[in-house]
Write a protein that binds this ligand. Structure first.
Ligand SMILES: [Zn+2]
Length: 235
């Protein structure tokens, strides 16, 4: 009972903090102090709120010139988002974020390699972001390419990064249904690709897995639906 009351007060406090943060971000951007005040739960909530504003057409009308001025001496972003290069999936737009708010890493098929892990380590350990989002999307061309075993120049070896996700999806077994013509199969592979990417981050980056274990960051997967604009997080 008493604990429930504390939890309620905590969530109210977080709510007030969030509203204050939204007002702050209309004209300003994150500061060292505001970044330090955000934990990974709040960081996730800020992204959820941003996607909701995007869906409701109630995006914050930002003063970019002011944000440029404010970030000219330093940046204090709260989140790192790994997403696809797909022209429909711009993290800043779909999460309604401004200048200095998020580190945006983009590569076809949103997988990681050493260079991307290094970028994430910089973003979290040195620049202080509190959450890493691995964001897949429906109808992903790179995932379709991996499903179809497409061959083209450097794309051939790049698609190898997504192949483990194709193998991980066991249904359907009929080879004729395991290609880009079956969009439900493609979307299942995209989801597996997100889960495997998170596993790979934890397995291949000691810096980031230690930060997850000590609670200073969280890594979460999500899926952007290109038909609706909605992000669903895998919580
Ligand atoms: Zn894609």
């Amino acid at each position: 009972m008493f604990q429930g009351k504390i939890l309620k007060q905590k969530s109210l406090l977080n709510h007030i903090k969030r509203i204050k943060m939204e007002n702050l971000l209309k004209y300003n951007t994150h500061t060292k102090e505001s970044q330090a005040a955000i934990n990974h739960d709040m960081a996730l909530q800020l992204l959820k709120d941003g996607n909701q504003r995007f869906l409701n057409k109630s995006m914050i009308s930002r003063s970019f010139d002011k944000q440029i001025e404010m970030t000219s001496l330093g940046q204090y972003p709260f989140a790192t988002v790994l997403s696809c290069i797909d022209s429909r999936v711009s993290s800043e737009l779909i999460f309604d974020q401004g200048i200095g708010d998020i580190f945006s890493i983009r590569i076809a098929g949103n997988f990681v390699n050493k260079d991307i892990l290094g970028s994430m380590e910089f973003a979290c350990k040195l620049a202080g972001t509190k959450i890493i989002v691995v964001l897949g999307h429906t109808s992903c061309g790179a995932v379709k390419g991996a499903c179809d075993d497409a061959k083209l120049g450097n794309l051939t070896s790049m698609l190898e990064n997504i192949k483990p996700a194709v193998q991980k999806v066991t249904e359907p077994t009929d080879a004729n249904l395991r290609n880009s013509g079956n969009i439900s199969f493609v979307n299942k592979v995209a989801e597996q690709n997100v889960h495997l990417t998170i596993k790979r981050i934890l397995a291949e980056s000691t810096v980031l897995s230690e930060m997850v274990h000590d609670g200073s960051i969280n890594i979460i997967g999500g899926m952007y639906d290109i038909h609706t604009g909605e992000v669903t997080f895998y919580e």
